[in-house]
Design a protein around this ligand. Sequence first.
Ligand SMILES: Cc1cc2nc3c(=O)[nH]c(=O)nc-3n(C[C@H](O)[C@H](O)[C@H](O)COP(=O)(O)OP(=O)(O)OC[C@H]3O[C@@H](n4cnc5c(N)ncnc54)[C@H](O)[C@@H]3O)c2cc1C
Length: 393
Amino acid sequence: MQQWDVIIIGAGAAGLMCAIEAGKRGRRVLLLDNGKRVGRKILMSGGGRCNFTNIYAGPENFLSQNKHFCKSALSRYTQWDFIALVQKHAIAYHEKTLGQLFCDDSAKDIVDMLLSEAKAANVQIALQQTITGVSFADGRYTVTTAELSRQCHSLVVASGGLSLPNLGATAFGFQLAEQFGLKVLPLRAALVPLTWQPADKAVFEEISGVSLPVTAEVNGTVFPEDMLFTHRGLSGPAILQISSYWQPGDEVIVNMAPQTDVADFLATQQQAHPEQEVKTALAKLLPKRLVEKLLELKVFTNQPLKALNPKSIKQLADNLHAYVFKPNGTEGYRTAEVTIGGVDTDYLSSKTMEAKQQPGLYFIGEVVDVTGWLGGYNFQWAWASGWVAGQYC
Ligand SMILES: Cc1cc2nc3c(=O)[nH]c(=O)nc-3n(C[C@H](O)[C@H](O)[C@H](O)COP(=O)(O)OP(=O)(O)OC[C@H]3O[C@@H](n4cnc5c(N)ncnc54)[C@H](O)[C@@H]3O)c2cc1C
C-alpha cells in the first residue's frame, strides 16, 4: 500500500495549484488524473490562449448559494498573486477587454508554468488513473484504482464540473461528496449558448453569424457585451454571461441598441430624410440582415419615415430596446464552459476548503458551488481555492 500525505484527485487548474502549495510545505503529494495529460481545460481555454484571470475579479463576479463563501479565498490569493507568478515565469500576456488577461502565445505556457512549479515542489503525478473507490478509516483515506491502493492523510477533490464530458469530466467529485454526507446543490450547465424555440429557429437561423453589441437581461441581471446569432440559437459573451442566470421558462430581454436612444434617432432621421424607408434608417443602427428579419417578424412596417408618428416611433424604439427571446433551453454540458451548483459551501470551511464534518477531506475549484462569470473569473477561483487548501491539507 503506497502512503502519501496528500492525494489530490484532478490535475486541472485547482488541483495543480493545491499540489504546488502543499508540496512547498514539504507534504508528500500525489496528483491523480483520469486523462493522458494535466490541465486539459487550461490548454483549450480562451481559444487556446487561456484567459487566466481578471484584473477586476472580486466576490461580486461569482454565483453561489452563499455569496460570501468565496470572499476568504479570493482575498488571500488574488489575481495579483497569480499575475506575479505569470511574471516570474516571464510569460507574455495582455489585457483583451474588461480586465481579461490572456497569454500572448499559448495556454500551454500556463500549464508548463504550473508543471515546473509542481516539479520544484516535488509533486508526483499519476495520469490515466481510473479510481474505483475511496474509503476512510482510522484517520486515513484509501484511494483504490484497478492496479493498486494508496493511502493518505488529506484527500483533496479537484475533479471539476460536468462540462465537456469528452475532455474527461465526470460526476466523481459530486458522488464522493455525497458518499461522505456532504450535500450537492442542483447542477446545471452555465456559460453556455441558449437554443431556439422552433418558431424562432425558422426565422433566425438564416442570419447565423450576425453579431451585435447588446445588453442581455434575465430577471434583473444585465450584461453589456456582444450577442451572436447561430444555427442553434443565441451565443456570444452577453448570452454566455446571462445563461448562468437563466432558468427554463425565463425570458431573455435584449436591448439591441444599448448605446442609442432609438426614439431620438428615428425622430432625427425623420427630420433629415423624411422619404427614407424605416428599414434603411434602422440599418444604420443594426446589422442589415437582422433588420430584414425584424421586418419579416413585423416588429416594424416598412414605410417612409415621414409616415411614423410619435406613438409608432416609441413603439418601435421600445421593441428594439427590449426585444424578448424565449429560449427553448441551453446547449448543455457539451459546449458549456462551467457547471453551476455543486458541493454545498455550508459543508465546507471557507478558510481551508475542508469538509466541516469530515476531517482531511477537501473540495476545491469548480466542483464547489462557486461559479464565476465569463472572463477569467473561473480560473481565479480555481487558483484561489486550490492555493488556500494547499496551505492546510
Ligand atoms: C472550453 C472552455 C474554455 C474555458 N475558458 C476559460 C477561460 O478562458 N477562463 C476561465 O477563467 N475559465 C475558463 N473555463 C472554465 C475553467 O476551465 C474551469 O472553471 C476550470 O478549469 C475549473 O478548474 P478545476 O481544476 O476545478 O477543474 P478542471 O480544470 O476541469 O480539472 C478537473 C480535472 O479532474 C479530472 N477528473 C475528472 N473526473 C476524474 C476522475 N473520476 N478521476 C480522476 N480525474 C478526474 C479531469 O480530467 C480534469 O483534469 C473554460 C472552460 C471550458 C470548458
